[in-house]
Design a protein around this ligand. Structure first.
Ligand code: ADP
Ligand code: MG
Ligand code: ZN
Length: 429
């Protein structure tokens, strides 16, 4: 048998299996329990987050012999027919409005809707991509959606609820689906990897989740591709980094440690390696921005990892927390601003590497910048150094011990001056 795509193989069968959409599934489950059913539903939200799956689950829940029930039995004729890998039922009609959204299709549907279901309780019309129904089509459906026969239910699914005719929308119960949070998605991928019995390095999953952008379908496709290309040892971090074109977390670690240590030589060394490895400096900058975001949060929120605000493997979190504390909130957030602005400038530039280096200079040199954020960074630095001096001989969080007089000490390492020399180019006075 040909391999089925993961996102088809792992289509949820019950509302309990639809992850990250509890705000939608909980009230639906309750409504099914209470028998408080509406005749039309609107499922909206980004692609790949469970709308079509939930529409099918709703149809299955409505038509189970024990139904309407939030826990379809899974063994009755209707449940078997409407299972994700089942043959389907005559009474549950899925219409793809992208290809069948015209007025003729709508009239056709309107006529058929009045025939009683063949062998189920309800006739369920799932109208997918509902925003593609033409306005004439919607008008032809209006009366039916307003007052359908008792045995007819509608589920409209769409990424663009605003394009669904207001008069139709107002006759539906609207359930907005959302992007799936990263920690929830990691859980799903992890379960699927276990089910599939594949070896995959734990650090790969956050990469997949990030590349999937909150869509379960996209995340599963990416995972599929990684699994397809995996060798004997399973999916390794290196393999995933190469395939997804993301920056190796090791390089980001180094860049951030260099920033925290005010070590220009190390920072420019990282840039060098990024470019040598053939990576796009823009990609590096946007990955660095994301990392700085994590650092800001780690420095601001105690137990950010436990609260699910920052998602990374334990050893990496440890390194990041250390760096976050070395940097401090003001510094990390000013650096994030600098990178963010740099990214805007990088758009369309012919020499992204040069810009990346200038961005590095600006991050290292709050003195070259008279903004309030830069002043805060300098203040934070001073306070930190005073505190260190006050602790009398405690090891400083920077590699070179720093005397209380301040920042000139870095100059003992000659390379560390590089960013300072670059500074006037970056920010002409
Ligand atoms: N909330 C979710 N929980 C679990 N899997 C999901 C979820 N959303 C999407 N998927 C996965 O993605 C596939 C496509 O989902 P689908 O319901 O068709 O998305 P949509 O209709 O919102 O574009 C499903 O078969 C399933 O594998
Ligand atoms: Mg869909
Ligand atoms: Zn059943």
């Amino acid at each position: 048998m040909a391999n089925r795509a993961l996102y088809r193989k792992y289509r949820p069968r019950t509302f309990a299996e639809v992850i990250g959409q509890e705000h939608v599934t909980a009230p639906l489950i309750q409504a099914l329990k209470n028998g408080k059913l509406n005749h039309a539903y609107l499922f909206s939200g980004p692609r790949g987050c469970g709308k079509t799956s939930s529409a099918r689950i709703l149809a299955r829940s409505l038509n189970c012999v024990n139904g309407p029930t939030p826990d379809p039995c899974g063994v009755c004729g209707s449940c078997v027919a409407l299972a994700p890998d089942g043959p389907g039922s005559l009474d549950v009609v899925e219409i793809d409005a992208a290809s069948h959204g015209g007025v003729d299709d709508a009239r056709d549907l309107r006529e058929r809707a009045f025939f009683a279901p063949v062998n189920s309780r309800f006739k369920v019309y799932v109208i997918d991509e509902a925003h593609m129904v033409s306005s004439q089509g919607f008008n032809a459906l209006l009366k039916l959606v307003e007052e359908p026969p008792d045995f007819v239910k509608f589920v409209f699914a769409t990424t663009e609820p605003d394009k669904v005719l207001q008069t139709i929308r107002s006759r539906t119960h609207h359930y907005p689906f959302r992007l799936i949070p990263p920690s929830t998605m990691v859980g799903l991928l992890d379960r699927i990897c276990t089910d599939e019995d594949v070896t995959i390095e734990k650090s790969v999953l956050p990469l997949v989740v990030r590349a999937g952008g909150g869509s379960a379908r996209d995340s599963l496709s990416i995972l599929d591709q990684l699994l397809a290309g995996a060798g004997e040892g399973g999916v390794t971090y290196q393999h995933a980094v190469a395939l997804l074109g993301v920056t190796d977390a090791g390089l980001l670690d180094e860049a951030c440690s260099a920033l925290a240590a005010d070590d220009g030589a190390a920072l420019y060394g990282v840039v060098d390696r990024v470019v040598d490895a053939g990576h796009d400096p823009r990609r590096f900058a946007s990955d660095l921005l994301e990392r700085l975001r994590d650092l800001v949060i780690l420095a601001t929120v105690p137990d950010a990892a436990g609260k699910g605000l920052v998602d990374a493997p334990a050893d990496q979190l440890e390194r990041m927390t250390l760096v976050a504390n070395q940097l401090g909130v003001a510094t990390a957030s000013r650096m994030a601003d600098v990178v963010h602005n740099g990214l805007v400038e990088m758009r369309g530039t012919t020499s992204p590497r040069l810009l990346l280096e200038l961005v590095c200079a600006r991050m290292l040199l709050p003195a070259a910048d008279d903004s309030q954020a830069a002043l805060l960074q300098r203040l934070e630095r001073l306070e930190r150094r005073l505190a260190i001096a006050g602790e009398g001989g405690m090891p400083a969080p920077v590699p070179t011990p720093v005397p209380p007089q301040g920042r000139t000490s870095g100059e003992s390492a000659p390379q560390a001056r590089a960013p300072e020399q670059a500074a006037p180019v970056a920010e002409p006075p």
